[in-house]
Write a protein that binds this ligand. Structure first.
Ligand code: SAH
Length: 363
């Protein structure tokens, strides 16, 4: 494991200026019009941000000096300051970034056979309160702006530029509940997906939710071809309420209705994440009940062996039992895989690095 740590320089200018990555192409056109500039400059700005990945306003050489000055007056290019960058023996890189107001977030680059995937954070902390998750331990501090989510991908891409590699997929599975920061998340998706933006295909982007039902209907109606995942973790509503308090507000039967609406509306298969928590939800009966729950639904189940979180007392399901759980589902006709683990030596599971930093700070 390799770890680089930097301290110091926090940008205070971003407290008054927006991140330059916050605007969609049409919003740039509107902004340029307001400034008395030509709308086609929007494409040029996008090109500097997402294709050439400019590191300074001076770099943007085909824009007039006065436009560059205006950009600099209103926007900030660097909103993320790397405080920790850890590289795992398997190539996973975990970044801990500090934002202008001193809060920190995590971003992870994962290496797969099929390419480089970035896991982004959407909120500083989380208010959903899942009983097994490190991200929610200190509650929610604030939402990220779209530009602060985009900047995470740009930063990782800038790191990959050094070796001529490319970010090929994105998962919105870092800290926070993306559907609790819906508008910014949607702007982020649009900027990532736009051919003049990061140009990452919708089918290479995955968003995961703990199950905010009204937003699932809204998202289905956006009609994007994004991969969609639900954090399920239990085969019945009683057990799900014990693991995830959100299930008391948005109950499993209603969640399944929303999921069916999504699948019918988009024609896309849905993914369920099912964490295996030793002795809690990992028995053969649970697998059978789960198979019954998803019967007839176009879906895939991703089994996640629990990541140990020191503040939580869940234990791992033994390997043999994980395979038995998988086999039971498969025999009942369910599409299922066990999630491959990466970055084990660098606390790459969501929220772990940030939780550790927070603890050290308060010590
Ligand atoms: N808030 C969103 C996005 C987070 S995705 C959501 O809940 O879907 C991260 C995934 O990891 C979620 O499925 C989450 O439930 C799961 N997770 C969180 N803590 C975990 C842990 N300790 N072990 C295994 N999975 C965990």
């Amino acid at each position: 494991m390799k770890q680089e740590k930097t301290t110091g320089t926090i940008a205070t200018e971003a407290t008054v200026k927006r991140s330059i990555y916050s605007l969609q192409l049409n919003e740039w056109r509107d902004w340029l019009k307001e400034q008395g500039e030509k709308p086609f400059r929007a494409e040029q700005i996008y090109d500097w941000l997402y294709k050439k990945r400019a590191a300074s306003f001076e770099d943007m050489s085909n824009l007039s000096k006065s436009l560059r000055d205006k950009l600099e007056q209103h926007f900030v290019l660097t909103t993320l300051h790397t405080i920790i960058q850890q590289t795992s023996s398997d190539g996973t890189i975990k970044f801990l970034f500090e934002l202008h107001d001193g809060v920190s977030i995590e971003t992870v680059l994962m290496r797969h056979e099929y390419g480089n995937s970035v896991c982004v954070t959407t909120q500083v902390g989380c208010r959903i309160g899942c009983t097994f998750c490190a991200s929610t331990l200190g509650g929610l501090k604030r939402n990220l702006e779209a530009g602060e989510i985009v900047a995470q991908v740009v930063k990782v891409q800038q790191t990959l530029d050094e070796t001529d590699e490319r970010v090929s997929s994105i998962v919105i599975m870092g800290i926070g509940e993306p559907f609790d920061n819906y508008d910014h998340m949607l702007s982020f998706l649009k900027i990532m997906n736009h051919e003049k933006g990061m140009n990452i295909g919708a089918r290479h982007i995955t968003v995961s939710t703990s199950g905010i039902i009204p937003r699932i209907y809204q998202f289905a109606d956006e009609n994007m071809q994004i991969n969609f995942a639900i954090s399920l973790h239990a085969p019945n509503t009683e057990l799900r309420s014990r693991l995830m308090p959100i299930n008391r507000a948005y109950k499993l039967p209603d969640l399944m209705d929303a999921v069916r609406y999504y699948v019918n509306k988009t024609g896309r298969r849905i993914s369920f994440e099912y964490g295996l928590f030793g002795g809690v939800n990992d028995q053969v009966e649970h697998a059978e009940e789960l198979a019954q729950l998803v019967k007839g639904l176009k879906c895939h189940i991703n089994l996640i062996p629990v990541n140990y979180v020191p503040e939580r007392d869940y234990v791992r399901t033994p390997k043999r039992q994980i395979f038995q759980f998988e086999r039971t589902l498969r025999d009942l006709g369910v599409n299922v895989t066990i999630r491959r683990e990466q970055g084990h030596d660098i606390e790459a599971a969501c929220g772990q690095l940030r939780a550790k930093e927070r603890k050290e700070e308060t010590r």
